[in-house]
Design a protein around this ligand. Structure first.
Ligand code: ATP
Length: 491
């Protein structure tokens, strides 16, 4: 968002979103900047306790060893499916929650173990914007009281007095200073989010962590809030970490993007590389669900990679690569050895044994796991017609050969899989025979659900999934790939 040159608002395929398209960040520009936040080996495990003695019987591994840096003035987007640990990561790096292990450095200073008192001066520099503009403002407090709270808590007396400064902040976020004495219920969702932003900016922070800042808002209002955050970044030199599951929003706001899966960062790269040449299969599947509002691509067919199966439990994540239970490229090494996050291209770090758009990191390991053959499916998106009056043809069903593996080495692996299916007795039915009741090998061995696991499952189910987590046959008719001509392009 930092090097944004706003151009005209772009409508997406459904003609509804109006988030401004940004100019690409100059190559390498972001990398040259000073590091503001450095996170190393960060973990956050929530203990699961049972019995009278409340003995710990396990842990939800919400964040499980992540490393990244945020540079001054940049926007780092963090994406991933529901329950992958994005919000927990945001709360831990702002020290709203204590990490289990790892280190967090802010401006070169280790803040990992600072006490609440020691953290107080740092709170001015690190602020958070919350997802829910309805729940994050106290309904009994006036806007003036809410926005001035940081001054009271920090004992800061702004020049010209608190009221004048609050009114300036309200004006800065596009609200009338006369709203000072009103209550949150008198405002719309978008206005409330502006109030939350004004509160976060009161103490002139250096880093703002925004957790799903626009997901609770109407699409038209989302664009306004995104624009506002962008303007404020340029005006105040802010650094953002923006957590979101809406890939269109992340694409428009971020300089670099980190992709999380089950508590791990699987890929981190600048926006252009990530969207144009994703290297982790999971990133590729996520990106295939992003609508491209490019008039030149009208009339062309596009395809989405539909991942089968639920996200595994963060209580007992799969061995090796955590994505191997849903990956169409998974081989034995993926099951046994955890891939490290390494820089395979300049500025693009990936944790994968068999990356896309790059040389295979484990070329000796070529035999696909049986689960890999039914892990993903290629679903043709609806053809977008040039003529808005012309009805869109229904998408063709995916040809049988395409149902097993996704692009790149997919043809080869699909052919190999098809051949080995006939010879390997233990292997299950081919992907085209996948039924709603089918489970992967890991699913059958997953431990009995614990309360937190249920929460994760519920949240996963309620997510407006960019990558559908259910087999197509489980979905309502309106969501089935063949019928979702407009809806699928909206997501
Ligand atoms: N306080 C908590 N106690 C126990 N488990 C928790 C707690 N907070 C989060 N979790 C679990 O940690 C995992 C990661 O949750 P988190 O909210 O960070 O994910 P997320 O990627 O932000 O998802 P969403 O997009 O739905 O908010 C989930 O399985 C969740 O149930």
């Amino acid at each position: 968002m930092s090097e944004t040159n706003k151009t005209d608002a772009v409508e997406d395929a459904a003609g509804k979103a109006a988030i401004p398209q940004q100019a690409s960040a100059p190559e390498g520009g972001s990398a040259e900047r000073e590091v503001l936040l450095r996170v190393k080996g960060l973990t956050k495990h929530f203990p699961i306790k049972k019995g009278l003695l409340q003995r710990q019987v396990g842990a939800v591994k919400a964040v499980d060893g992540i490393d990244f840096e945020v540079r001054k003035g940049e926007t780092l987007g963090v994406v991933g499916e529901s329950g992958c640990g994005k919000s927990t990561m945001g709360r831990v790096i702002t020290r709203l929650q204590d990490p289990t292990s790892g280190t967090i450095e802010f401006e070169g200073r280790d803040i990992t173990r600072l006490s609440t008192g020691q953290m107080r001066p740092m709170r001015r520099d690190v602020q958070m914007i919350f997802q829910d503009p309805y729940g994050s403002l106290n309904p009994r407090h006036t806007i003036g009281s809410i926005v001035s709270a940081p001054f009271r808590l920090q004992g800061v007396e702004p020049e010209g007095g608190v009221k004048k400064e609050v009114q300036r902040l309200l004006d800065l976020v596009g609200l009338s200073p006369e709203h000072y004495n009103r209550y949150p219920h008198e405002f719309s969702g978008g206005q409330r989010q502006r109030i939350g932003i004004a509160r976060a900016l009161a103490l002139k922070p250096k880093l703002v962590v925004a957790d799903e800042p626009v997901s609770a808002l109407d699409v038209s209002i989302q664009a306004q809030v995104v624009n506002l955050m962008d303007d404020l970044q340029q005006e105040l030199g802010l650094t953002y970490v923006i957590i979101a599951h809406d890939l269109s929003v992340v694409r428009h706001v971020s300089d670099r993007i980190a992709v999380m899966y089950l508590g791990k960062i699987v890929e981190i790269a600048d926006r252009t590389s990530l969207y144009e040449a994703p290297m982790h299969p999971y990133t590729k599947a996520l990106m295939s669900a992003v609508p491209v509002p490019d008039p030149k691509r009208r009339g062309q067919k596009s395809e989405r990679i539909l991942l089968h199966g639920d996200v595994p439990s963060p209580i007992a994540p799969p061995s090796g690569c955590r994505f191997h239970t849903r990956c169409w490229k998974a081989t034995e090494i993926c099951k046994t050895t955890e891939p490290q996050l390494v820089e395979l291209r300049t500025g693009q770090q990936v944790a994968c044994h068999h990356p896309e758009n790059f040389a295979d990191q484990a070329p000796q390991d070529t035999v696909l796991l049986s689960a890999a053959k039914k892990a993903a499916e290629l679903v043709p998106d609806a053809v977008v017609s040039d003529d808005p009056a012309e009805p869109e043809p229904a998408a063709e069903p995916a040809p049988a050969e395409e149902t097993v593996a996704a692009p790149a080495q997919a043809e080869e692996t699909a052919a190999e899989s098809a051949a080995s299916e006939e010879t390997v007795a233990e292997e299950s039915a081919p992907a085209k025979e996948t039924t709603a009741k089918e489970t992967t090998a890991e699913e059958t061995t997953t431990e009995e659900p614990a309360p937190a696991e249920e929460t994760a499952a519920e949240s996963a189910a309620s997510e407006k999934a960019t990558v559908s987590e259910k087999p197509a046959s489980e979905k309502p008719a309106s969501e089935k790939p063949a019928a979702d001509s407009q809806e699928s392009t909206d997501k």
